[in-house]
Design a protein around this ligand. Structure first.
Ligand SMILES: O=C(O)C(=O)[C@@H](O)CO
Ligand code: MG
Length: 251
């Protein structure tokens, strides 16, 4: 199996270019990030070229995080901001050669709607047919009130938008907390999954302990024919290096 370092969590204390180099130094096959916008896209691109690593994904901005925003694209009265965030993310992805953009929905709080999310996703898909647009169900402990809160809703939205480049980010950590039945859901949703991420449950640590047995889950993913890198998106203890022995055992 191949693995992608999620630099939103791994080496998150370093500037993005250094984090990319660190991921290369320990042997990751690719990288992905959350919000890279502090670093000019050209600079990120040149470190990706230097290391030979591909950037698999980045997120749209969340809006006013201090005011509680966690994404914009499902929010009825934030259409312009949502589209500006999508445009910005797509532009960054184009310069860096990133294959996917995760469009963040935002919180419900009575102001989110499926039709708004569908419209904004259709817009994103149309703007960049060469880029995969991802939507990710998030669990209510880490993302309270997040609009996209189940794989069922994500599947409905993907069907409604009906664009070949709209897919689900299947984060095993979130799915286990939200609804469980992880391997069966992977099997049935596989045609609409664009990226898979992992972390232990419930502590979001190294994926070698907790409720989910990743030796089994990764074996099933492999048997299903998945050959793209799996996103390693866990929160390391301070100063902790990723457990590359664990990764080597699952290659
Ligand atoms: O929280 C996660 O899980 C993610 O993958 C992020 O992209 C959302 O912030
Ligand atoms: Mg995730």
């Amino acid at each position: 199996m191949k693995f992608s370092a999620n630099l939103g969590f791994l080496w998150a204390d370093r500037p993005l270019p250094d984090a990319i180099r660190a991921a290369k130094a320990v042997g990751f096959d690719a990288v992905e990030c959350h919000w890279p916008y502090d670093v000019p896209a050209e600079e990120t691109r040149s470190v990706l070229d230097e290391t030979g690593l591909a950037m698999l994904g980045l997120n749209t901005r969340r809006g006013d995080v201090e005011a509680g925003d966690n994404g914009l694209s499902a929010l009825c009265h934030r259409r312009e901001e949502a589209r500006a965030a999508i445009d910005e993310a797509l532009a960054y992805a184009r310069v860096t050669g990133s294959s996917a953009v995760h469009v963040m929905a935002g919180k419900s709080r009575g102001t989110a709607s499926k039709s708004t999310f569908v419209d904004n996703l259709a817009y994103a898909c149309e703007q960049a047919k060469e880029i995969t647009i991802l939507i990710e169900p998030l669990n209510p402990h880490n993302a309270p009130d997040y609009y996209l809160n189940s794989t069922g809703l994500a599947a409905e939205i993907i069907a409604e938008v009906n664009a070949p480049n709209l897919k689900m980010m299947f984060d095993c950590y979130h799915v286990q907390i939200i609804e469980g039945d992880v391997t069966r859901r992977l099997e049935t949703l596989l045609p609409i999954i664009g990226h898979i991420q992992i972390a232990s449950v419930p502590d979001r640590g190294v994926p070698d302990h907790g409720e989910l047995d990743y030796s089994y889950v990764l074996k099933r993913i492999h048997e299903l024919g998945w050959d793209r890198p799996i996103g390693v998106e866990y929160l390391p203890d301070e100063g902790e290096q990723p457990d590359m022995l664990w990764i080597a055992r699952h290659r």
